[in-house]
Design a protein around this ligand. Structure first.
Ligand code: NAD
Length: 359
């Protein structure tokens, strides 16, 4: 049944394919940018330098200091270069960390942004910016930080290690899963979410076996894009709140934490999110959805237990307390005993099934 909804299109321009990066100079010209700053992490410096060469005279600087969680001191360092080199736009080559830095610069300057994502995290499709200062992460939502142009080039993801591809891909899948049952979901988002989960579920196991498989890489990046749109269009629920709490309070890595938590939240929410469950079953080709997503991670050899990320057992009670501290929309009400079971199971790495979170 189609229930009433609001759909709001976003003003970004998206290029998707193989070799699409070659079109960067024309995209820069289209935005009227002549003095671009290229951004990356230290690990991706070499790729950033190649990208700068492609831009030629339109490149006015390279900054390779992007770090996870957008530390404000890194942004201030980059801002000094923005001012000194009279930068008129940024090109972010990388994952959520680099795109976060680009967004932080846009927040302060309103400069145009071209994002060239090389992971599946999805920040390029959202108006969300999280920044960290003195160990505290704050989040804002503003149209100022949405990149004007996003270039998805499948070829750039071939170097993403298989294990990182799987955790980043399940991180993307989580956006689509929560979009299916979001309070502000809509039919377009639901179509994209289902197609996104299907493409990721198809692509990730193949990437594990054969990291250079271009078709699987195309599936995964396409699924990541669709899931990122879902993230940008809807409000996330228990899964994202829990990962935010775990990441912030226990300093756990972003994509790995999402990978461990998603099957548990899915099993927990399933009884209260029937339509979402049906969509996911169609996407992955059958029942037992929580366990099958867990299996994708386990078969890839990535951590399926929070304890393997270094979280201590004594943290479980604290995590439950933090997760219950603020109220937020979730298809199934948060029941403290079951939430405790969920976090304890995620900590121990138990494979969830449809009975795991029965009353
Ligand atoms: P990341 O950007 O930190 O990348 C992880 C590592 O992979 C880095 O060392 C990077 O250099 C390397 N890497 C990236 N692409 C590569 C490639 N193709 N080949 C080889 N190495 C590559 O990690 P991430 O998971 O993409 O992003 C996580 C960050 O993004 C977190 O801070 C998270 O909060 C943020 N995020 C924000 C939003 C939002 O909407 N604001 C959405 C998702 C994630």
């Amino acid at each position: 049944m189609i229930t009433p909804f609001v759909y709001e299109g976003q003003p970004y321009r998206v290029l998707f394919g193989h070799g699409t990066l070659d079109r960067l100079p024309e995209e820069a010209a289209r935005l009227g940018c002549n003095r671009l700053l290229v951004l990356s992490t230290p690990d991706q410096r070499q790729s950033a330098e190649q990208l700068a060469a492609l831009l030629g005279s339109r490149c006015a600087g390279i900054y390779c200091g992007a770090r996870m969680h957008t530390p404000v001191d890194v942004t201030e360092d980059a801002m000094a270069l923005v001012e000194r080199a009279r930068i008129d736009g940024t090109v972010a080559l990388g994952g959520g960390s680099t795109i976060g830095l680009s967004k932080a610069i846009a927040l302060r300057t309103d400069l145009s942004q071209i994002a060239v994502p090389t992971t599946y995290a999805g920040s390029e499709m959202t108006r969300i910016i999280g920044q960290t200062e003195k160990g505290e992460k704050t989040t804002q939502v503003t149209a100022k930080v949405l990149p004007e142009t996003v270039i998805y080039d499948v070829d750039l993801t071939l170097t993403l290690p298989a294990r990182l591809s799987v955790t980043s891909g399940i991180n993307a899948m989580a956006h689509a899963v929560e979009a299916l049952y979001a309070t502000n979901t809509n039919p377009i988002v639901q179509l994209m979410a289902e197609a996104g989960i299907a493409a990721l579920y198809r692509g990730l196991p193949v990437i594990v076996r054969s990291p250079g498989d271009t078709e699987a890489r195309r599936d995964a990046l396409y699924g990541a894009w669709l899931s990122a749109v879902c993230l940008g269009q809807t409000s996330m629920a228990l899964h994202h709140k829990l990962c935010h709490v775990l990441g912030g309070s226990f300093n756990l890595p972003h994509a790995e934490t999402h990978t461990i938590v998603l099957p548990h939240v899915l099993a927990y929410n399933a009884p209260a999110a029937r339509d979402a469950v049906e969509a996911i079953k169609r996407a992955i080709g059958g029942p037992g959805i929580a366990g099958r997503i867990y299996d994708v991670a386990q078969n890839a050899g990535v951590p399926v237990a929070l304890r393997d990320l270094g979280m201590l057992e004594s943290g479980i009670d604290r995590a439950v307390e933090f997760a219950l501290a603020n109220s937020y929309a979730n298809p199934r009400p948060l029941e403290p005993v079951l939430l405790h079971r969920l976090i304890a199971n995620a900590w121990a790495g138990v494979r969830p099934d449809h009975d795991t979170y029965k009353q």
